[in-house]
Design a protein around this ligand. Structure first.
Ligand SMILES: Cc1cc2nc3c(=O)[nH]c(=O)nc-3n(C[C@H](O)[C@H](O)[C@H](O)COP(=O)(O)OP(=O)(O)OC[C@H]3O[C@@H](n4cnc5c(N)ncnc54)[C@H](O)[C@@H]3O)c2cc1C
Length: 386
């Protein structure tokens, strides 16, 4: 049996482990740097194109049970004060058709993925990492942090934006700061709040997303200069200040933020890495290869799609380096497209000029649905290209 080592047990790594384990023919091990499962995030939303791939690795139904699906696919756009702009409907792709949007607590997503790995008997070694990698023709030899060594037919670097695998083989590739910070907090969900809501402020966006029957999270993006730093002890207060001008449905949540509220701030970085995404028998997937700004909410989908595509390409007898080259050629155009679309949305959201902001909002009723439809059409076309 061929042996694969997956480095990193995030969305990409857990999904890849499930995809390889279910494809048969692979002895799968996962290593994860953190000594215990812990997740620096409140919630995540996944659109149907990502859920379709979670379905393929057998995790979609459990995820839907753990989270909050929006069967209507409705995303309500509001002005910062709560006045209505337009409703947009996200598509339901896949076979069978997937829920158009699912909100889920990140810890719940990882609980689902890790318990499925458990059920398949895939070992996840917490608290360790790769210290060195050496490649011959037939194997990649790995030295782990504890000094032990092992040989693998394939090593998958799924270790996120600050990938240690990437640092070993592509030290020249570094994350770059996107110019944006994202604030998030978790709240009790009032029963009537069942849609995804995006509120459009001048130079700021603030979203509301249900993540379970009991909870929702709010997430706000704002342009921040490089190196902007906020005292963690004051994050709740700073989040309230940053979005002070927002009213409408988000106001009660902003008002209830207190020093006890779980608030997170992230200075968003991205990774734009030219091909190849592999060297010999080592390949990068997920954020390690193509971390994107979060404006399209597609990073999780890209990670699980990478995992499914990689396992599919390696299911037949093609030499590993050839399959890895094909993997990069297929996935790079899709990931690049998402990164560029996300840039455009981020730039538009950062518009500080009130007049230009007002003009953009006026155009939204006619254009917003067309943009969504066009994005999914192009994403589908690029994903299907062989
Ligand atoms: C603010 C923000 C909001 C976002 N919101 C969304 C959203 O709503 N929807 C969406 O789809 N995407 C969203 N994204 C993007 C999404 O979070 C990422 O694209 C996704 O988590 C990538 O998964 P990954 O497994 O590649 O990386 P990660 O989730 O970062 O996982 C990497 C794993 O590798 C481990 N690791 C790191 N280094 C090592 C090492 N050296 N050795 C071993 N293990 C290691 C880490 O501990 C981690 O467990 C958002 C991103 C940000 C920044």
């Amino acid at each position: 049996m061929k042996k694969v080592l997956i480095v990193g047990a995030g969305i990409a790594g857990c999904s890849a482990a499930l995809a390889f384990a279910r494809s048969g023919g692979w002895d799968v091990s996962v290593i994860e740097k953190q000594p215990q499962w812990q997740f620096q995030s409140s919630g995540i939303f996944v659109y149907s194109n990502g859920l379709e791939h979670f379905h393929q690795i057998g995790a979609m139904e459990d995820l839907v049970r753990a989270g909050f699906p929006i069967p209507s696919g409705r995303n309500v756009y509001l002005h910062h004060d709560g006045r209505h702009i337009v409703d947009v409907t996200y598509p339901s792709v896949g076979s069978p058709p997937m829920p158009p949007i699912l909100g889920v607590k990140r810890a719940e997503m990882h609980r689902v993925l890790s318990s499925q790995l458990d059920a398949l008997g895939v070992p996840v070694h917490l608290g360790t990492t790769v210290q060195a990698l050496q490649q011959g023709d037939a194997h990649a030899d790995v030295r782990f942090a504890d000094g032990s060594t092992a040989s693998f037919d394939l090593v998958v670097g799924a270790d996120g934006i600050r990938s240690g695998v990437r640092a070993l083989l592509w030290p020249e590739v570094q994350p770059t700061y996107s110019g944006f910070g994202v604030w998030r907090s978790v709240h009790r969900r009032p029963p009537e709040l069942v849609d995804k809501i995006m509120m459009m402020g001048v130079g700021k966006r603030l979203g509301i997303m249900p993540i379970s029957d009991e909870k929702l999270y709010i997430f706000g993006t704002v342009a921040e200069p490089q190196g902007a730093w906020f005292d963690k002890a004051r994050w709740p207060e700073t989040m309230r200040e940053r979005f002070a001008e927002f009213g409408g449905p988000v106001r009660p949540f902003l008002d209830e933020i207190s020093p006890d509220t779980e608030v997170l701030y992230t200075a968003v970085e991205e990774v734009v890495m030219p091909l190849p995404w592999h060297q010999g028998r080592v390949v990068l997937i997920g954020d390690a290869a193509h971390a994107s700004t979060p404006f399209m909410g597609q990073g999780g989908a890209l990670a699980v799609q990478d995992a499914v595509e990689l396992a599919r390409l390696l299911a037949d007898d093609a030499p590993v380096p050839t399959a890895l080259a094909t993997f990069g050629e297929r996935r790079a155009p899709v990931c690049r497209f998402v990164q560029e679309a996300s840039h455009r949305v981020g730039r538009a959201g950062a518009e500080q000029d009130p007049l230009r902001h007002a003009q953009a909002m006026q155009a939204m009723p006619a254009s917003a649905q067309l943009h969504v439809d066009d994005f999914y059409r192009q994403l589908h076309r690029l994903s299907e290209q062989r």
